[in-house]
Design a binder for this molecule. Structure first.
Ligand code: IMP
Length: 433
C-alpha cells in the first residue's frame, strides 16, 4: 500500500483529526511530519470528546502505529500529559510499542515557550513553535536523538543556558534558564522517552516495502505554510505536500493520494488578512453553529464564506487528488450561501492570491451566490450520513441545494470531493461515490 497525505487546505482547523481517525481504521501507521502542539485535533467517539495536540489521531485505533516524525517540534511535558490522559482512559502505554518519536525531531524547552510568549505581532499559539524552529534553522536546537549525549554534560548545560539567557535578556524577557534545571529537564525527558526514540524514517520505509498503509497527517493548513502561506502571519513549518514525506523521512514516490481538507466555509485564528471574513449575521451563524473556538487556545475563530481563490492556491501547491469537505451541516438554515470566486485589488479583478500581506488585506471578495438548504439537527444529519453510506447512495441523499453547492466547489477548485462531513461524530461523514 502506498502512503496517503492528509492536509489542511485553508488556515487550519479544517477537521483533519476526524478524517484521519476514520481512515486510520485501515491504516498501519499514522505519522505527524511537522508542527507541534500548536495543532489541536478533536475526535468524537459516541459521548466522549478526545482532544489531541501531539499524539497522531490514529491513537484511538489499537492496531495503528504512531510516529512523531523528523520535521516535528515536540514539547515533552505536553506529550507526557496527553499520554497520561490516554493511559488513564485506555490503560495502554503505547511508548515503544506503537508510539515512536523520531531521533531527528526537535525539543521544545521552557526557553522556547518564554520567547514565544513575547509575540504580539503574529498571534501565535504561544507554544514555543517559532522559537524552536528558529533554533533548528540556526543549528543550535536539541533533538531527541541527541538527548543521550547531553544528559549529565555540565559544559553543555552551562553553555546552552548562557545562550538562552542572553537571548531572553535581549528580547526583554524577565524569564531565565538555570543550568541545573536544564540538566534535570533533559534527564527526565531522556528517561521518559528513551524507549520510543527511533529512526522512524527507516521504520516507515520498511513498512511501505511490506505494503503497509501509511497516513501522513498534516497539521495547520496551506495558508499557514511558512513559504506558501500568508507570510508573515503563518506558522514556522512547511505544512504542504512537499514536506509530508520529507518531514517523515521517506521519499515522495511513496505517495498516491493527497487529500485536501476544507470546511464548507472558512475560518482563521490569529492575525492576518482573510478576504471573506464576515462580521454580520451569517458570520455569527457560522461561528455559533460551527462552535468555532480553537482546540488549542480556545480563541474565537474568525469565520467567512468559502474562498475559491485560497483553495486554488492550495491546489496548485499540493496537487490534491481529492477534497474532503467538512462541516457542510453548519450551512444548514442559511437562506443564501456565497462563494468567493475572485478578488478586487486596487480596482483590478484578480483570480490568484497576492503574496504580500498588505495587498491581501486590500483584497475585496467577489462573490457568486447559491441558494441555501434547511437546518437539521445533528442526529438527523448523522442518520442521513449512515443511510447514505449503508445504502451506497453517496451525496445523493443530501438536499438538492447542498448537492449543487458541492458541485460548484468541485468545479471552482478543479478537484472532486471524496467525502462530505455533516457533523462531529465519527460516522457523520458521507463517502462520495
Ligand atoms: P504558531 O504556529 O503558534 O507559531 O502560530 C502562528 C500562526 O498560526 C497563528 O496565527 C496561529 O493562530 C496559527 N496556528 C498555528 N497552529 C494552528 C492550528 O492548528 N490551527 C489554526 N491556526 C493555527
Amino acid at each position: 500500500m502506498p502512503a496517503t497525505v492528509i492536509l489542511g487546505a485553508q488556515w487550519g482547523d479544517e477537521g483533519k483529526g476526524k478524517l484521519v481517525d476514520r481512515l486510520a481504521e485501515e491504516a498501519s501507521w499514522v505519522v505527524r511530519f511537522q508542527g507541534g502542539n500548536n495543532a489541536g485535533h478533536t475526535v468524537v467517539l459516541g459521548d466522549s470528546v478526545l482532544k489531541f495536540h501531539l499524539l497522531p489521531s490514529g491513537i484511538t485505533r489499537p492496531s495503528c502505529n504512531l510516529v512523531l516524525g523528523d520535521g516535528m517540534v515536540i514539547d515533552p511535558w505536553v506529550l507526557d500529559k496527553e499520554l497520561q490522559g490516554w493511559m488513564e482512559s485506555s490503560g495502554e502505554d503505547p511508548r515503544g510499542h506503537r508510539l515512536f518519536i523520531s531521533e531527528r525531531a526537535h525539543l521544545i524547552l521552557p526557553y522556547h515557550r518564554y520567547m514565544d510568549s513575547l509575540d504580539t505581532k503574529i498571534g501565535t499559539t504561544g507554544r514555543g513553535i517559532g522559537p524552536t524552529y528558529a533554533d533548528k534553522i540556526n543549528r543550535v536546537g536539541l533533538r531527541f536523538g541527541d538527548l543521550s549525549e547531553v544528559v549529565g554534560d555540565d559544559a553543555w548545560a552551562s553553555a546552552t543556558s548562557e545562550r538562552m539567557n542572553a537571548a531572553l535578556v535581549a528580547a526583554g524577557s524577565s524569564e531565565r534558564v538555570d543550568a541545573k534545571g536544564l540538566q534535570s529537564d533533559v534527564a527526565w525527558i531522556h528517561q521518559t522517552y528513551e524507549a520510543c526514540i527511533a529512526n522512524t524514517g527507516l521504520m516507515l520505509d520498511n513498512a511501505l516495502k511490506l505494503e503497509e498503509h501509511v497516513i501522513l497527517e498534516g497539521a495547520q493548513g496551506c495558508l499557514l505554510d511558512i513559504d506558501q502561506g500568508t507570510y508573515p502571519f503563518v506558522t514556522s513549518s512547511v505544512t504542504s505536500h512537499g514536506n509530508a514525506t520529507h518531514g517523515a523521512g521517506i521519499h515522495p514516490g511513496h505517495v498516491k493520494d493527497v487529500i485536501g481538507i476544507t470546511k464548507a466555509y472558512i475560518t482563521r485564528v490569529g492575525h492576518g488578512a482573510m478576504p471573506t471574513e464576515l462580521d454580520d449575521e451569517a458570520g455569527h451563524h457560522l461561528g455559533t453553529v460551527g462552535h468555532e473556538f480553537g482546540t488549542t487556545t480556545g480563541r474565537k475563530r474568525r469565520c467567512g464564506w468559502f474562498d475559491a481563490v485560497v483553495m486554488r492556491h492550495a491546489q496548485r501547491i499540493n496537487g490534491f487528488t481529492g477534497l474532503a469537505l467538512t462541516k457542510l451541516d453548519v450551512l444548514g438554515g442559511l437562506e443564501e450561501i456565497k462563494i468567493c470566486v475572485a478578488y478586487e485589488l486596487d480596482g483590478q479583478q484578480i483570480t490568484e492570491m497576492p503574496s504580500s500581506a498588505s495587498a491581501l488585506a486590500r483584497c475585496k471578495p467577489i462573490y457568486t451566490s447559491m441558494p441555501g438548504f434547511p437546518e437539521m439537527s445533528l442526529p438527523e444529519w448523522l442518520a442521513m450520513a449512515v443511510h447514505a453510506n449503508e445504502a451506497g447512495k453517496g451525496i445523493g441523499v443530501l438536499p438538492t441545494a447542498a448537492q449543487l453547492y458541492i458541485a460548484q466547489l468541485e468545479t471552482l477548485v478543479g478537484v472532486p470531493c471524496v467525502s462530505v462531513g455533516v457533523g462531529p461524530d465519527r460516522d457523520a461523514t458521507i463517502d462520495c461515490l
